[in-house]
Design a protein around this ligand. Structure first.
Ligand code: TRP
Length: 328
């Protein structure tokens, strides 16, 4: 393990795990485990930037942990932990914020976007969101960060902050690199917006078959094909887009659709059954996990991550010129 490059990524516990989370992030995380030393965590501090009541996310933290385990995050190979169980992250955020010019965080697109969505809750935590994200990464000295394109602006900012910290104090941190995998943009059942719990256009992964079936059958299909006998337009049809992920011979179905030999509803039925079948092992694994097991795994991972974090913070406090922890 020691010679492997360490990578890190986090996911916010904002809702039940869905297909967008899976295809856009977790599937990749699972694959990276064979090549890297992986740190994966549930970003509950980050969730507080938009949902200040921690009680409301407790269950989501649990569910997300169970879902990540079910889809193949392996606690034997990866450190899976809860961000707030490593409170040193908060201290490092404070110290990084001293070398982060205000103008840098003010220009991040995600901040501007969220401020627009929640105009009545534009808090300082939201502004320093990327600084907290930077602390997440460097507190375990993560060298690579698997993220989607939407996170690139944060990564760029974080690299600048890290360089500034190293220049100001001492070269404590490696500069983290984004590990960009072609994360497909996953649209929701409305076919218009990115799949997201807030929009309510999700398809589950570890949910019951009935739930998945209902969600898939509710998908908006080819709007340019009013009648079953009209030729379809697979390129612009959301349902057809999903065929690429679930059928090796997706081109065959696209063809049938173009020639009006399969209807939109039948395409959805077929897709639903294929998804249910593909995810069956995940559902089974999730059902086999006891709540005690899930909690124990998350706590165990958090203890391990915290050990690493403590080490880094001893170095950081020394570099900055702060006294060591008293530890008594
Ligand atoms: N901001 C990320 C997102 O919204 C989640 C996240 C928090 C993260 N901390 C991180 C991702 C550190 C990578 C590394 O998806």
């Amino acid at each position: 393990m020691a010679d492997r490059v360490r990578i890190l990524s986090g996911i916010r516990p904002t809702g039940r795990f869905h297909l967008g989370n899976y295809l856009g992030a977790a599937k990749n995380w699972v694959e990276l485990q064979s090549q890297y030393e992986c740190y994966y965590f549930i970003a509950d501090y980050h969730a507080l930037t938009t949902e200040p009541d921690g009680h409301k996310i407790e269950d989501k933290v649990f569910d997300l942990t169970a879902d990540l385990l079910a889809v193949g995050i392996d606690p034997e190979r990866s450190v899976l932990y809860q961000q707030s169980k490593v409170p040193e992250v908060a201290e490092l955020t404070l110290l990084l914020s001293m070398v982060t010019p205000l103008s840098w965080v003010q220009r991040t697109p995600a901040f501007k976007e969220k401020a627009k969505i929640h105009p009545d809750n534009v808090n300082l935590g939201l502004l320093s969101y990327p600084v907290l994200q930077g602390a997440d990464i460097v507190i375990v000295k993560g060298a690579g960060v698997p993220v989607g394109k939407d996170q690139l602006a944060h990564l760029e900012l974080i690299r600048e902050v890290v360089r500034k910290f190293n220049r100001t104090y001492a070269p404590v941190f490696p500069e983290p690199r984004a590990l960009l995998t072609e994360t497909p943009l996953i649209n929701g059942t409305d076919g218009k917006q990115r799949m997201s719990k807030t929009v309510g256009n999700v398809v589950g992964v570890t949910d019951d078959s009935e739930v998945i079936r209902k969600q898939v059958l509710s998908m908006v299909t080819d709007i340019k094909r009013p009648r079953r006998t009209d030729p379809g337009h697979p390129r612009s049809c959301n349902v057809c887009a999903f065929y690429k992920f679930f059928f090796d011979d997706w081109e065959h179905y696209w063809d049938l659709c173009r020639r009006a030999q399969i209807g939109c509803f039948d395409k959805k039925k077929l897709l639903a059954e294929r998804m249910i079948e593909t995810f069956a092992p995940f559902r089974e694994r999730r059902a086999a996990l006891s709540p005690e097991q899930v909690t124990a795994i998350l706590d165990e991972g958090s203890v391990r991550a915290r050990e690493v974090a403590r080490h880094t913070m001893i170095e950081v406090r020394h570099a900055v010129g702060l006294p060591p922890y008293l530890d008594r």
